[in-house]
Design a protein around this ligand. Sequence first.
Ligand SMILES: Nc1ncnc2c1ncn2[C@@H]1O[C@H](COP(=O)(O)OP(=O)(O)O)[C@@H](O)[C@H]1O
Ligand SMILES: [Mg+2]
Length: 256
Amino acid sequence: MSLVVEGLSKRYSKNMKALNGLSFSVQEGECLGIVGESGSGKSTLARVLLGLETYKEGSISYNGKPIAPKSRSQLREYRKSVQMIFQDSTSSLNPKLPIWKSVLEPLDNFKELTPSFLPLQTNNRREVAEGLLEIVGLEKHMADRYPGELSGGQKQRVSIARAISIEPSLLICDEPTASLDVTVQVQILQLLKELQKTTNMTILFISHDIRAVTYLCEKVMVLKNGTLVDQFSLEALYHHERHPYTKALVQAATLE
Ligand SMILES: Nc1ncnc2c1ncn2[C@@H]1O[C@H](COP(=O)(O)OP(=O)(O)O)[C@@H](O)[C@H]1O
Ligand SMILES: [Mg+2]
């Protein structure tokens, strides 16, 4: 898996660039963090990368093939290997479905597939769903619950189970912990870290919180007003050559 972005810009209107000439790449098994304050363009980037939003300048290629929002068939191929987790799991889970059915939604398109990381001998859908729920730390007996009967952290676990079900090569997480209590945030980050090790998927982790990003990711990019102002590996976080904005983010996080 490789994702290469070159000179990517996105405008919503003539005089406002939501993304401004971004260039970066992610390789297989890496965890790349993107941090920036609200309005810096993080969600726009996530949507563009998923092909949910068009762009006119720059290029995105996945495994050497261009991802262009207008090429439907390529997008369909690409979406098989890319999954997304959003901040608000409430709106991404169908309130009328018990969670075990929600978990199976992506897999329903690939009837013959059983996630290879599950120790299952069966292709029984209910058991696959229970296996997925267990792997994200939800007990079997919760399978028949509805989203409305779960806490925020539990709902986010369901979203994660669903996202990893088709063993995506790339998982894009847009502020997945932003609406959770601090202790639950840590649990979800730990879960993502474990799953990344088991599945070797690549994670693009987007957050306004530099602590969450540095907990999970070995590579970090800093986005400010749509521009990448800093890119570094985790061990260089405290180096003096960090961009002043990165330093400000680190300092603000220490004060909290
Ligand atoms: N659909 C849209 N139409 C017009 N402007 C938008 C739209 N979505 C986002 N923006 C603007 O683009 C900028 C980046 O927004 P966003 O990507 O949501 O940032 P973040 O996720 O970092 O908070 C903001 O100025 C926002 O107002
Ligand atoms: Mg956002």
